[in-house]
Each structure stands twice: as structure tokens, then as C-alpha cells.
Design a protein. Structure first.
Length: 335
């Protein structure tokens, strides 16, 4: 086992609505990412993927609130730190973030070089303009961007160039953990491949130590990450290697999720797509038992009220279900 770059222990966070209602968006999530490894998170919209990303950075602003749990980056526990301390000493250098709407993240009134100056000055106030430009140009060269982009505004750049610029700004301090929240969702297929290739190259060169990659496209995760976690209603329901999760999912939700999409490696002939019936539960009042029970055709009466523990099998795999692995695989085989 390699050095752990990110360790999250039983993390719980919530949103508080304007009516003072609690929405438990992340509820008891635990995972680790080793140095040089990438972990993907998949799940339906609203399952808590992006909230988990924001929570892991430890940078909480209303309506998102920290409840409990630990966030440990390279041995340093950032849980409970003040937002100003997180911004000054953690964000950018220890953990960095590529937002979901990355192409709209750049202030259109500022030149790109100003973003680089802001990020570097936040951690190195003594850095001069010449030094910053040299560092920025070097990172831009790594991402196939000409130095002239530094003197442009965001509106002068194409979608692909904006995305690469955001990656350059996010990684300029060589973070130990990079969180990429659907970084390729608004791009064409060619630009998607380019972004993924660049992220993998930055990891390969050691500029990024580890990565948490979020998307709703499971086949994309198969080509990007080492491991995949499936999230449902604020909880992790299964984790395994990318190949295991795509071709041999165990949890009924993971199984249903994979049956609702086409995997290019499997082809389309003979593969029938099926939708998952129903809708996720209301996280203002989470169910006492399995959160997927109301949508699961294999659910038993006790699934609706029993606490569902995490179960481990096959060295490194985890799932959350009352049914055993062999039992689940048997019913899948008769579908």
C-alpha cells in the first residue's frame, strides 16, 4: 500500500435551507486515495457528489455546514479549521478544485495572468511578477497553451482553452489532491479526451499527487481512474477497481446504473438498456434502513428499517447491502 494522500473518515455535512430545514447531503462517507492514484465518484444527479467535493476541501460557507468527521491531507487533519486558515494554507497547495462549471469560473473582466498572481500570492506573497509569469508560462506549455493566453481575457478563449486555463490555474501550486468536478461535461468528445490526457500527464509528472474525479459518465471513469465509488443519497454504496465496478458491479444500485448506460468496450449488440424506477429519497428525512430499498426489486421487508453496514470482500472491494455477494450475483444471473 502506498502513502495515503487523502483520507476521509465518516464525513457528515448538511445544507440548511432558508426554512431552517437540514438536508443531509453527505452522511458518513469514508475513503482513501493513495499517492499516484485517482478515484472516481459516480451517481445520479443530486446524490451528493459535488457536495462531497466541496466538503472534502474543508471550506464551508452557508448553506453548507460541517457536522462531523475527519479530512486528512498528507497526514494533516483540516477538519474544523477556520475558512481563512483553509484558504491561506490549504487551498491551492494541499488540495485544489476544478469546479463543475469550469468554463464559467473565470472573471471576464480580468486577464488570465491576474488569476495566476492571485493564487501564487495567496501562498507566496513575496513572489515577483517576473517569477509568476515564468511559472505560469511553464505550466501553460505543459498544457499546450501559448504564453500569449496570459494576457487575454476569458471571452477571447475557446471552450477548450478556457478549460485548460482553469486546469493550469488550479494546479499551478502542484496540489497533493486535485478534485475535478465533471471537468469535461460541457466539451465535445475531442476536447474531453484532451482534458483527460492532460490531467493524466500532470499526475504522471508528479505535479498532481492524487485525484478525485467526479462525473455521471461511468465509461469515462473507466478510462480515467484507478478505482470507482458509487454514491447514492449521500452515502457510498459500493467501491472497487474501475474494471470491477464497470463490468462486475455488486450493489443493486450500481448494477442498475450500469444497465442504464452503454459501455463502449461491450458494444451495443444484444445489450438492453433498462432504467432504474422511482426517485431518490428526501434527504431532509432519510430512511432508517437502506436508502435504495424503495427502488430495489430485490429488497426485503427488513431492508427498509435495518441499519445497513458496509461489507468488505475480495481485498479492497466494499458494498452496502443486506444481501450477500453470491446471493446478488445469482439473482443478476437470472435476469
Amino acid at each position: 500500500m502506498g502513502k495515503i494522500m487523502l483520507e476521509v473518515k465518516n464525513l457528515k455535512t448538511k445544507y440548511v435551507t432558508r426554512f431552517h430545514e437540514d438536508v443531509y447531503a453527505v452522511d458518513g462517507v469514508s475513503f482513501t486515495i493513495e499517492d499516484g492514484k485517482s478515484l472516481g465518484i459516480a451517481g445520479e444527479s443530486g446524490c451528493g457528489k459535488s457536495t462531497l467535493a466541496l466538503s472534502v476541501m474543508g471550506y464551508y460557507f452557508s448553506p453548507l455546514h460541517y457536522i462531523s468527521g475527519d479530512i486528512i491531507i498528507d497526514g494533516k487533519n483540516i477538519s474544523g479549521m477556520k475558512p481563512d486558515d483553509v484558504r491561506k494554507s490549504i487551498l491551492g497547495s494541499e488540495i485544489a478544485y476544478i469546479p463543475q462549471a469550469a468554463m464559467n469560473a473565470l472573471n471576464p473582466t480580468q486577464k488570465i495572468i491576474r488569476f495566476m498572481e492571485d493564487v501564487i500570492h495567496a501562498h507566496d506573497p513575496k513572489a515577483g511578477r517576473k517569477e509568476i509569469r515564468e511559472r505560469a508560462e511553464a505550466r501553460f506549455a505543459e498544457l499546450g497553451l501559448p504564453p500569449s493566453v496570459l494576457d487575454k481575457h476569458a471571452v477571447e478563449l475557446s471552450g477548450g482553452m478556457k478549460q485548460r486555463t482553469v486546469i493550469a490555474v488550479s494546479t499551478i501550486l502542484n496540489p497533493k489532491v486535485l478534485i475535478a468536478d465533471e471537468p469535461s461535461s460541457a466539451l465535445d468528445v475531442t476536447s474531453q479526451k484532451m482534458v483527460i490526457k492532460m490531467l493524466r500527464e500532470l499526475m504522471g509528472k508528479g505535479y498532481i499527487k492524487s485525484m478525485l474525479f467526479i462525473t455521471h459518465e461511468l465509461p469515462l471513469l473507466y478510462n480515467v481512474t484507478d478505482d470507482i465509488m458509487v454514491m447514492y443519497a449521500g452515502q457510498i454504496v459500493e467501491r472497487g477497481s474501475a474494471r470491477e465496478m464497470v463490468f462486475d458491479p455488486v450493489h443493486p444500485y450500481s448494477h442498475g446504473l450500469m444497465n442504464s448506460i452503454l459501455v463502449p468496450e461491450e458494444g451495443t449488440r444484444g445489450n438492453k438498456l433498462t432504467a432504474i424506477p422511482g426517485a431518490p429519497p428526501n434527504l431532509k428525512r432519510p430512511p432508517d434502513g437502506c436508502r435504495f430499498a424503495e427502488r430495489c426489486k430485490y429488497a426485503r421487508p427488513e431492508c427498509r428499517y435495518s441499519m445497513i453496514p458496509e461489507k468488505s470482500f475480495d481485498a479492497g472491494r466494499m458494498y452496502r447491502c443486506l444481501l450477500g455477494v453470491d446471493e446478488l450475483k445469482e439473482v443478476y444471473g437470472h435476469e
